[in-house]
Design a protein around this ligand. Structure first.
Ligand code: AOF
Ligand code: ZN
Length: 329
């Protein structure tokens, strides 16, 4: 590779990193839309930037174009727009961004990754190329896809993104889910804070009927703001034992299909063993968080078996959290 090409690539990655940073400003408002950031560059100067702040409102490209100062507008036909997601090609809640880019005369678009939403998927890139705009696709692609992993999984797999979570003792037993004030044996204030954050980041939470009947978990989100996730139970629960706010589902398949239909993009599975093992054995998961405590319980329900060895470890005081990714699928 020539020095010029390497320099171009590094420059593109620099601006794409900026897009990713901007995109994250939309983390509370954008879902179920993806988080997207855009940067407009003339020469070596950023003349405009923006992000998708709220579902239903301006897309990243629109806010970037609108941010360009009146005296810089004439520079658009000599500028490059960097955007972390393929510009849209459809009339949704807002008009197509590809059309806007063509109208502004911007001659070059650098895209992080292609959109998986059926109405856009590749059409934004084609629309731009058909209009003579130069389009480069795939700069920091992994980072751009990972930022919106829930959105991409939902559209590509036609099911919500599934996160599994459990805590296990040093001798291999699982924790009981208790958030009713009674101290759970394995969780610590630090790991509970983390679990509540994980709940806040998912649109639905699931437990099996045994866990519901034995542990009576509330599955509420405290410490973090945002809407409460939908509370789901797998299996049969007598009506009089079903707490308010919980919905029952016959099987994992009907649950996933129903969540998909309702545009719910993410599900956190919190137990118990049978439920977690079902999702693991059937490959119906995307990431798993195993809290490994140093405590010994002596007896109890055995922890789920995770067939993967490869994981990233995170230490939170005296608990090691193993993060697994289901790359096979
Ligand atoms: C972009 N730039 O910043 C975002 C895009 O209902 P709408 O009109 O808001 O369209 C939503 C879809 O547009 C969404 O599913 C995704 O495919 C794309 N999101 N596209 O060009 C953006 N957020
Ligand atoms: Zn758009």
């Amino acid at each position: 590779m020539s020095k010029g090409i390497i320099f171009e690539q590094l420059l593109a990655e620099k601006y794409m990193s900026r897009c990713l940073l901007l995109a994250k400003n939309g983390r509370y408002g954008a879902p179920p839309n993806p988080m997207v950031g855009a940067v407009i560059v003339h020469g070596e100067r950023i003349i405009g930037e923006g992000y998708h702040a709220r579902c239903g409102e301006a897309h990243a490209e629109v806010s970037a174009v609108n941010s360009v100062k009146p005296e810089d507008k004439a520079l658009l036909p000599e500028s490059t727009i960097y955007v972390s997601l393929e510009p849209c090609a459809h009339y949704g809640k807002t008009p197509p961004c590809a059309e806007l880019i063509i109208k502004t005369g911007i001659p070059r678009v650098v895209v992080g990754c292609v959109d998986s939403f059926a109405k856009v998927k590749g059409k934004g890139v084609s629309m731009l190329r058909d209009a003579g705009v130069q389009v480069i696709v795939g700069v920091l692609e992994d980072e751009c896809r990972s930022l919106n992993k829930k959105f991409f999984t939902f559209h590509e797999k036609k099911r919500p993104y599934v996160t599994l979570k459990w805590a296990r003792s040093a001798d291999g037993y699982i924790d009981l889910i208790r958030n009713d004030g009674e101290a759970a044996k394995l969780s610590t204030p630090h790991t509970m804070l983390r679990v509540h954050r994980l709940r806040a980041e998912h649109q639905a939470i699931l437990v099996g009927h045994n866990t519901l009947l034995l542990d009576h978990p509330h599955l509420n989100v405290v410490h973090w703001d945002g809407p409460q996730p939908l509370k789901c139970v797998l299996g049969h629960v007598p009506q009089e034992e079903l707490p308010e706010g919980f919905e029952t589902f016959e099987s994992a398949e009907t649950l996933l299909a129903s969540l998909y239909e309702r545009q719910i993009q993410s599900l956190l599975v919190e137990g118990g063993r049978k439920t977690l093992q079902f999702f693991i054995d059937n490959g119906l998961w995307d990431e798993a968080h195993e809290e490994c405590s140093a405590k010994v319980l002596g007896s109890g329900v055995e922890a789920p078996e995770m067939p993967l060895d490869d994981c990233e470890e995170e230490e939170i005081w005296n608990v090691t959290i193993k993060h697994y990714k289901n790359i096979k699928q």
